[in-house]
Design a protein around this ligand. Sequence first.
Ligand code: ADP
Ligand code: MG
Length: 566
Amino acid sequence: MSKIKVMDEALANKIAAGEVVERPLSIVKELIENSIDANSTVINIDLLDAGIKQIQVIDNGLGIEKLDLPLALKRHATSKISTDLDLFNLDTLGFRGEALASIAAVSKIKIISNIDGISTWQFDNIDQEFLEVAGNKGTRIIIDELFYNTPVRFKHLSSTNYELSLILNYVKQISLLYPGIKFSLTNNKKMLYQTDGQNNINNILNNIYGHTTAKEFKEVIIDDKDIEGSIWLCHPIITKPNKKDLIISINHRLVKNKKIEDAIIDGYKGYLHTNQYPLCYININLDPSLIDANIHPTKQQVKIGFLDKICNIITELIANQLKVLNFIPEFSLNQEIIETTSADESIKVNNVKFNQPQTTFDFTQTKVEDNEEWKLPIFRYIGSLYQTYLLFENEEGLYFVDQHAAQERINYEKFLKMFEEKQFIYQQLLIPITIHLSSEEGIIFNNLYQNLENFGLQVEQKSINVYQITAVDQFYTEAKNLSNDILQMIRLIIKNNNVKFVDLYEDVAIMMACKSSIKAHHYLDNTAINDLLRQLNKCNNPFTCPHGRPIINKITKYEIEKLFKR
Ligand code: ADP
Ligand code: MG
């Protein structure tokens, strides 16, 4: 082997660039962060061909002194930290001093800056010469010919549309974190996105999502001695098929954090269809010493103190907030289609209108106990439709309650609680249920069957593919076809054999709830209806079934009168 040598700076920069500069977005991100760090209040991003041809970022910030221009392009050159103590008390987005150097290693970069509103100097990495030019206070950085000297990287770029969508998405998100900065983004001179810099989050949500979606956001303040911040949560009638709209800001830095994402999704538990995710913006400020942003080259991931506490607070606040929203879809008989003005078509807006929570109760028909918190509307039973929907009336309108969906919700919450609390009341079966599995299933189940106790089932293994259920929690005894249900549940467990048991509780609860619930076309007498409503009211979320479908629908009195032209 040859002797070890210290690599020259150009090569080191090119290697570092591999981490920092992956695509046009990476450059846009670093340049915007620099502009923010320079206290800019206006940041314009102008692209040609999604930044592949050119990226310009122009700000009105503090600027860079003439003699610092060459230094700014050097690796580990930063004005932001000077001692290691600073590293743990960061109040700037940048600190590693390698972004501009890395960008310069893979493109032609020109910096034009003015610190006093008088003289403007230009410097670039190719000619390395100063040039006095005309300009305003602030900094303009122009990146041309990205990856001209690293053709492999160039080849790996995706379509311009895709690169552009990444940049647009990022600019939208960062503008939400900095509502006081006026952002604009153009591509090939076409305006794509703009904010007003008026420090108003509602305005930004409007810009990002359009009015229909933006008005469904609500702010909840985090009230805690260690954690300052707020959660902007969107009503779960609006969902996305991915987690891209879980936007997390920690100390004004846009971060990705799986635990926080899960905490948000947990807060929405029971309100979302499978594979649908909420829209939510979380803005948290902590003592900077609790955060280590220096664990990831592009600083998207940070280490966070109090993370568990933060997650618990988020889940709880969201869950509590959702409880007080009114979830009864109110539909109009000549349905207007609510259009989302957002350019993003993957946003799903269910075609229903939601009103403010009801606060005054005038319940005369069903007796509400003094200490009973009544979440459902106060209404009177008037009959049943197709022996499937229960009909109720009150001064506000006509309500339809889907009896199967209601029962499913009740049973789902009961099963889930039973699995989580594990306080089973077992009943011995007079005749044990024998389960025969195929030999492939048996091999997998052989390692899993003892865990059935977590689901309130006692089991004995007779052979590798024959098992006997000897006792079940009393709740299962309501099931109509228990042996078949248990077989299906076991198959679900086998299919998900690499999933942790706790993560299966929800799926199993949904499955069992569906199986043990009253079906449509089944007559319910008054006592049964009363009982159903009482139990439904006790649920965490009495408005949607575990699959996310509505349990209650309403036509307003006004709509009915309109029908009769009154
Ligand atoms: P870092 O942001 O980690 O300090 P960069 O390579 O991104 O490193 O930038 C190097 C230095 O150049 C910064 O520390 C700052 O002093 C200066 N700089 C870069 N962009 C701007 C800007 N838009 N306005 C003012 N100063 C800037
Ligand atoms: Mg920087």
